[in-house]
Design a protein around this ligand. Sequence first.
Ligand SMILES: [Zn+2]
Ligand SMILES: [Zn+2]
Length: 324
Amino acid sequence: MDTDICAGCKYSLKNFLSMCENDDRLKEFLKVHGVIDCADVIICPKCNKPCKFFERHNKYVCNTTTVVVNARNRRVRQRCGFIQTSRKNTFFSGSKKSVQEICQFVAFWLVGFKQEQLELETEWSRRTVVDWVSFCREVCFIIVRDHTEPLGGPGKIVEIDEAKFGRRKYNRGRIIEGQWIFGGIERESKKVFMVPVADRSQDTLLEIIKEWILPETTVMSDCWRSYDCLENEGFQHLKVNHSLNFVDPDTGAHTQNVERLWRDIRFDIPRFGRRSDNFVYYLAEHYFHRKFPKFTDRFHEFFKYIAEVYPPTDTQHEGEGTSS
Ligand SMILES: [Zn+2]
Ligand SMILES: [Zn+2]
């Protein structure tokens, strides 16, 4: 039997945390969001027989016995002993933290708690918090990578711009070079794309523009020379000369939405985290927050993301599949 998948639910932080306190309710929540698969029985891969789930140990165990011939040529019964934790292949596998603790952590992270608050609320070590923040960001990253669609099209306006992040001087004199990000925002829908780039050359930017912006879009940008080719590439191109004004007096062109996007990102990304190699993950987290600005939507959406990135073990349940 397929479990009903949640079509949409709303939680406040408080309600979510109190739900986590109750094992049955939490299990149900994870089940209807596809994060765990709580089939009562799975099929043992060794002997193709059903394994029982032992709630107390959170494990499936195969108790099938077979008759074998031992070294002394005697026929003896041998238990299969196949064991599988119910967490296998899920978001929770490989951690010593309980499912409840991890869900609580995710909740704090979803409402925007940063490192220090996360350590305080979870009482986890700094290292563990850093790891789990990365796991959550990775989920965002994979979803963004797989789900973002190109912007624009005829009659639509996309503002584009580049910005450099993470360039700062530390006390010890170490300079972090920073990372160029190229991005665009569709004016009406506020949909965005953001891509880290090695440089701002025409070749680099044009390739990304072609990937992320549909033909016949009206593209608005500043006067950076790499954009001069856009007219010839099937876009309507309007420029605003920022050394003169913010809005072009003749065409009305401006890039205020994309500049606002950069401001939001700078605000959202903690200073200590501006290492360029991690930047793409920060962007993905930011992207998730933008996409679901209401906290109440984030629980439902993020746990569905988790299920997509970490689908639980694809097991055959009793009564299905090969029972011949
Ligand atoms: Zn839901
Ligand atoms: Zn078995």
